[in-house]
Ligand binder design. Structure first.
Ligand code: AMP
Length: 125
């Protein structure tokens, strides 16, 4: 079954400049911005500029250039948050929700990067 991308989703509208965002970093194929309702002192979303619905869509259909660009920007966000354990930071968590069981609200692939406090257990049992 093909992936159906809804170009009216809020992140598509951010990418078109129709609604504002608090940009952290931008690259050729990706954008990082502060989550509007942060769950931690540091809560940044990284999104590809291309029309990908979720993690598996991005992994399977994005170009190698898009995939590398996305992850390089995500690494730069970890540095921006001063969260890299190798640099004396206290660490962070990345999360990507997909579909109903994942609790995905916005149907444009995004990686949450959370930092700034202990983040508790991975998921509820
Ligand atoms: P998810 O549940 O993984 O789809 O997460 C969607 C995230 O997008 C939530 O953490 C929201 O707070 C965030 N969000 C929704 N609208 C905006 C917006 N306009 N700017 C920044 N973050 C947003």
């Amino acid at each position: 079954m093909a992936y159906a991308y809804d170009d009216q989703n809020v992140f598509a509208r951010i990418l078109r400049g129709e609604i504002p965002n608090k940009t952290v970093l931008e690259s050729e194929h990706s954008l990082a911005f502060h989550d509007i309702a942060p769950h931690a002192p540091g809560h940044v979303l990284v999104i590809p500029k291309g029309p990908y619905v979720n993690f598996d869509h991005f992994c399977l259909d994005a170009t190698p250039a898009e995939i590398v660009d996305f992850h390089r920007l995500a690494g730069q966000v970890c540095a921006f948050l001063e969260a890299q354990p190798s640099e004396g930071g206290a660490g962070y968590r990345t999360i990507s929700n997909a579909g109903p069981h994942g609790g995905q609200e916005v149907p444009h692939y995004h990686l949450h990067i959370l930092s700034g406090r202990p983040l508790g257990p991975m998921v509820q049992r």
